[in-house]
Design a protein around this ligand. Structure first.
Ligand code: SAM
Length: 378
């Protein structure tokens, strides 16, 4: 039976708002907001709901899930794939999401280098032999900066109707606060972590002595890890099987950056052109020109630049100008638009990114925009 459902049934009398599982996930989201980890692994990730929530945290660049049950991971893993909007508007950050079929009792090098490791309602599902190996795998081998472990608090169980021994048939044990804290303090001492205890799911008024419904230990590594110490004596052989991998489109990748730069340049060039043509049109109106004859009257006066002269002016000026039906927009002008600047960093980079996709003047200093269609429309 789904554990969340079971828990909510039990807690029908002691009502948690929001539901307890959401409070646990929110606790992790708050922690992510505080520590801003780049790489987060969720052990015992089940249907990947927490991973799905975490993919929206903009500081995270690597997300990984591990579970011994591949089928439960597969159920909703499609939620971890990029959406069409992610391709239409790639963001600055890169994001890779990977799911591994494997056990927390086994070491795999793909779990090295994480900043935050979460174990939400996991350890009470471990067999005795797995629980024995768990501290060495997580604190000793993976050794992330922060580990969060949540587990039911057995002292709360009398307040949950229907709970006789454990809250869920798959639980191998449940601990009271003293038991969890003594296990956690020993693991922390052994592997160089400090640990603080808290929880979610407040007890009802007058029953405060039982503590939180879910007890949580937040472990923080006390030593700094160099990349050498992180890799020393770590096995190179992988035992986990990757069942899912999604690489999100990111502006860090040249092809997405190029396509974003090209769209932004064309958009900016169109805005500049429209405003230039509008101002030229109003100049003509002042002389009582008939706008319907704009094309024929307008063009000769704009043809004042020869190709060579045009080049000269483009190089020296930030001002766009019209030559026949073509508008010359200096790259420097386009670059002065904040969004273009943010994307391309330098004019040179801008030129390089758009050169093969957008028509440029022969010296590469201006974007050429043909206004023939503009004139037809008017
Ligand atoms: N963390 C999720 C959450 O809070 O919604 C789900 C927790 S679920 C109660 C426990 C999960 O741990 C199950 O999906 C189970 O398959 C997984 N699990 C059990 N033993 C495991 C092991 N040795 N290694 C990795 N995952 C394990």
């Amino acid at each position: 039976m789904d554990e969340t459902f079971q828990e909510e049934r039990f807690t029908g009398v002691v009502k948690f708002t929001p539901p307890l599982y959401k409070q646990r996930y929110q606790f992790i989201k708050d922690l992510v907001g505080k520590y801003k980890p780049k790489k987060v692994a969720d052990l015992g990730c089940a249907d990947c709901t927490l991973l799905w929530m975490l993919k929206f945290c903009s500081c995270i660049e690597v997300l990984a899930g591990v579970d011994t049950c591949a089928s439960v991971m597969r159920e909703k893993m499609h939620r971890l794939s990029p959406l069409p909007g992610d391709y239409l508007q790639p963001t600055e950050r890169s994001l890779t999401v990977t799911l591994h079929h494997g056990s927390v009792a086994q070491k795999d090098p793909c779990m090295l280098g994480f900043d935050l490791v979460t174990c939400i309602e996991l350890i009470e599902h471990l067999e005795e032999s797995e629980l024995k190996k768990f501290p060495e795998v997580v604190f000793g081998f993976m050794a992330p900066s922060i580990v969060v472990i949540s587990i039911p608090n057995a002292e709360f169980n009398p307040l949950l109707p229907g709970v006789t021994l454990f809250r869920h048939p798959d639980h191998k044990f449940e601990w009271n606060r003293a038991q969890f804290q003594s296990w956690a303090l020993e693991a922390a001492r052994r592997y160089g972590y400090s640990v603080e205890f808290t929880g979610v799911g407040h007890p009802p008024a007058g029953m405060e002595n039982v503590g939180f419904c879910t007890q949580i230990g937040v472990f923080v590594r006390k030593y700094t890890q160099t990349s050498e110490s992180a890799q020393s004596e770590k096995p190179t052989e992988g035992v986990y099987k990757t069942v899912f991998k999604a690489v999100y489109p990111s502006l860090k990748e040249e092809k997405y950056l190029q396509s974003a730069a090209v769209s932004e340049v064309i958009f900016t060039a169109q805005i500049i052109t429209r405003s230039l043509l509008d101002s030229l049109m109003s100049e003509h109106k002042e002389y009582n020109d008939d706008p319907t004859e704009r094309k024929s009257k307008f063009q000769p006066s704009m043809n004042c630049f020869s190709e060579d002269l045009g080049k000269l002016v483009v190089e020296k000026s930030m001002k766009p100008f019209v030559n026949g039906s073509v508008v010359y927009i200096p790259l420097k002008t386009i670059f002065s638009f904040p969004k273009v600047k943010r994307l391309c960093a330098t004019v040179e980079k801008l030129r390089k990114l758009i050169a093969s996709k957008v028509p440029l003047s022969s010296d590469g200093s201006a974007v050429l925009l043909n206004t023939e269609h503009e004139n037809e429309d008017n």
